[in-house]
Design a protein around this ligand. Structure first.
Ligand code: DGJ
Length: 729
């Protein structure tokens, strides 16, 4: 049993495999938070709540108990206006114009399993025994509004998910001003805050800083989770590192504008909250209507960041990603984008695919430029009809030529966009997000289709269905290359305009659900100028994401390391591209590019026909090696060994779930003269077991590999990489 309820004390104890989350309903009806941390035995835990009268400006809402002030009470459902001065979880504008609410406990119930969230992505269970869900019904007695706090304990997956269902049970419409998904009050403020931040082609830098008085937040106001910030934040106990210390991860299953924030108050406690960004958001709730917030996934680790990451990896790989490809080894692909950009014809494509086939590559992906008259990024988005100038035989003919030689065929789309120079836009100029009488700001010469509209969604689904049914296509790259401006919808009334961005996300999720379930045999990879929407929301529909448009091996060390803080390797697309690299101009050896790309879903993104004979031999070996190790890389437990954010070296390794094998990758960016002879300490092995080093006759003990380490970095030269494969003896 994962949820223990002491009905007499109204105390709720939620237990995952290694954490406990405890709260209690006070006699006054408030839901007080008692504890979140390392798993506790189930016992009387009510003593964990300590309240004391504070001689400060903290008013007392319960006159008979002056030790209670909402300003000091740790809470499950904090609101503003009734004596808590910190940021609230929810806020409304009521028919009388006031924004004050106060929620008191009404009832609760527990269900076995985890209900699906209508219209929103979320983690899921495969059998009811995998989870228990607690619903706590809270009501604001004055307005009649209800908030249902929803907690799912995925005991074996070691995670706790939270969400709110907000119901307008009153007789008049109310306006939802703020609807976050989770808020947790931590008793102290000596934590570090960790966020994943960056930019296009430099996504998900690992950024750590001590929390301080006041607000610290990461947020997106771009209508996408964004390159700049990721919908994730963690609190770390003092001194926590990769393997030690307490870490609390908060990840939001959402792809739109979000906020994750930590507020340190006067008493040096920390309130961490995460959810849809209230900035430029309101939602009109008619009587009887409900609003479901996206899911927040909380993971506690007492084994540092590595422990937290492995929990997220397993959960997101097995119980967020769906479909046939979830558990399948992913194909090695070649994508023509950096090989040809927009300048190609059918014969060139077939030549690249043929070269790929000879090298052992399994899937050819035709990127941007195959439709309309798209010879540059100036036109044709929305006209998903093959360009007969480039592909005179049509798509079917090209696909048949490629599949005829035993390669699978994949295709690029950017379904959410429209070019002003397109038939679709000329026919439906009001189908894009826009505000009447204002400029329609273009980004990459394109506008965003208004996916909050059903007619728009129907037409896009129709066009995609037509293309995907027209030929044996088994892979789709779903791109999205700009952020939202002039966020408005032609069909929504003025009072609902600020719903547009969230309605867009709901529409996008609907389209993705329809398309991915109509074509279950297609492997979908999401992309947003690389990693501009690398988030759990999209992973629910598409099991992999193009990690970054930056394919430089050195840059990728940081990008893939940072991404792995939350996301499993099975979600990361990573390709070898040409040198000098097209994004940063750096030239790195094929070996290093190979090992970096093999640390994810492997592929090539260059003109394979230009390889020399010698390079072809290297590539053949890379392809053959990846075929042997991809099961291990894609589904093994990942251990980060050396961080590119801390020095010149990076290393990570993958250990098979059954412990039978391990793959170790080591990278050194710049050579150093007379450096110490280096040892790399492995992790995740059985200290009592012996391991054979594949390709040699060497056998090593697990303890020595982990505690003493293997010798690395003896060779000279920049951009150096090494790979080791161990098999349990
Ligand atoms: C951005 C993507 O990230 C690239 O890989 C490529 O598909 C281009 N768009 C095509 O326009």
């Amino acid at each position: 049993m994962a949820i223990h309820i002491d009905t007499k004390q109204q105390l709720f104890h939620l237990q995952t495999r290694s954490s406990s989350y405890v709260f209690q309903i006070l006699p006054s009806g408030y839901a007080a938070h008692l504890y979140y941390g390392k798993r506790l035995r189930d016992a009387d835990l009510s003593w964990l709540l300590v309240t004391t009268e504070r001689a400060s400006f903290s008013p007392n809402p319960v006159p008979e108990d002056r030790t209670i002030s909402l300003d000091t009470l740790p809470q499950e459902l904090p609101v503003y206006g009734t004596s808590d001065f910190r940021h609230p979880l929810v806020q409304f504008r009521l028919p009388d114009g006031s924004t004050v609410t106060e929620f008191k406990y009404v009832s609760h119930r527990v269900e076995q399993g985890k209900p699906r969230m209508e219209g929103l992505p979320s983690t899921y269970v495969e059998s009811e025994s995998e989870a228990e869900t607690l619903f706590v019904n809270m009501q604001d007695p004055v307005s009649g509004l209800h908030v249902e706090l929803q907690y799912t304990v995925m005991e074996a997956y070691d995670a706790l998910t939270r969400s709110l269902k907000i119901v307008n049970d009153s007789t008049e419409p109310v306006e939802l001003l703020r609807a976050l998904s989770a808020s947790v009050d931590f008793p102290r403020a000596d934590y570090e805050w960790l966020q994943l931040s960056g930019a296009w082609t430099r996504e998900r830098d690992v950024v750590r800083r001590p929390v301080a008085y006041g607000m610290q937040a990461v947020e997106s106001r771009r209508g996408a989770s964004s390159h700049q910030q990721n919908p994730f934040a963690a609190l770390l106990s003092p001194g926590a590192d990769e393997d030690h210390g307490e870490v609390y991860g908060f990840s939001l299953v959402y792809s739109g504008s979000f906020i994750a924030q930590a507020e340190v108050d006067q008493f040096r406690t920390t309130r961490l909250s995460i959810g849809i960004n209230p900035f430029d958001f309101t939602w009109l709730l008619e009587p009887g209507a409900a609003f479901q917030t996206p899911e927040a996934v909380m993971v506690y680790s007492s084994e540092g960041l590595g422990g937290m990451s492995r929990t997220y990896h397993r959960l997101y790989r097995e119980r967020l990603a769906r479909g046939q490809f979830r558990d399948k080894e992913r194909p090695i692909l070649v994508n023509n984008w950096e090989a040809t950009y927009f300048q190609f014809n059918a014969d060139k494509i077939v030549d690249i695919a043929k070269a790929g086939k000879e090298l052992g590559i399994e899937l050819f992906v035709l990127d941007d430029g195959w439709f309309g008259h798209r010879d540059s990024d100036n036109s044709s988005l929305g006209d998903w009809v093959v360009d007969k100038n480039k592909l005179p035989g049509g798509l079917e003919d090209l696909v048949n030529r490629v599949t005829g030689m035993g390669m699978q065929f994949g295709l690029w789309f950017e379904p959410e966009m429209v070019s002003p120079d397109s038939d679709l836009y000329r026919k439906h100029p009001d189908w894009c997000l826009h505000v009447p009488d204002r400029r329609r700001t273009e980004g990459r010469q394109q506008l965003i289709l208004d996916f909050s509209r059903q007619d728009v969604r129907e037409e896009i689904v129709r066009m995609l269905t037509e293309v995907l049914s027209s030929a044996p296509i088994t892979y789709v790259k779903w791109d999205m290359n700009r952020n939202m401006t002039e966020i408005g919808s032609a069909l929504l009334p003025p009072e609902r305009q600020r719903e547009t961005a969230h309605r867009y996300m709901l529409g996008l999720y609907e389209v993705m659900e329809r398309i991915t379930s109509a074509f279950p045999h297609i492997l979908f990879e999401s992309c947003s100028g690389g990693g501009g929407r690398f988030d759990p929301g999209l992973l629910y529909y598409m099991p992999q994401t193009w990690t970054s448009d930056n394919t430089d091996a050195v840059s990728r060390l940081r990008i893939q390391y940072g991404t792995s803080i939350v996301y499993p390797v099975s979600a990361m697309g990573s390709h070898i591209s040409a040198v000098p690299n097209h994004q940063v101009g750096r030239s790195t050896p094929l070996d290093m590019r190979g090992y970096v790309a093999m640390s994810g879903n492997f592929g090539y993104e260059l003109d394979l026909t230009k390889f020399t004979e010698k390079e072809k031999e290297v590539v053949k070996r890379q392809v053959a090696l990846y075929k042997e190790i991809r099961g291990l890389v894609q589904t093994g437990e990942m251990y980060r060994l050396l961080s590119p954010f801390e020095g010149n070296e990076t290393a990570w390794m993958f250990v098979a779930e059954d412990g039978s094998e391990a793959a170790v990758f080591y990278f050194r960016v710049l050579a150093e003269s007379n450096a110490p002879l280096n040892r790399l300490k492995l992790k995740g092995l059985d200290p009592a077991a012996d391991y054979a080093l594949v390709g040699t006759s060497g056998v090593y003990t697990g303890d020595a590999l982990m505690y003493a380490g293997i010798a690395v970095g003896a060779e000279r030269g920049d951009y150096h990489s090494e790979f080791f494969r161990f098999r349990l003896v």
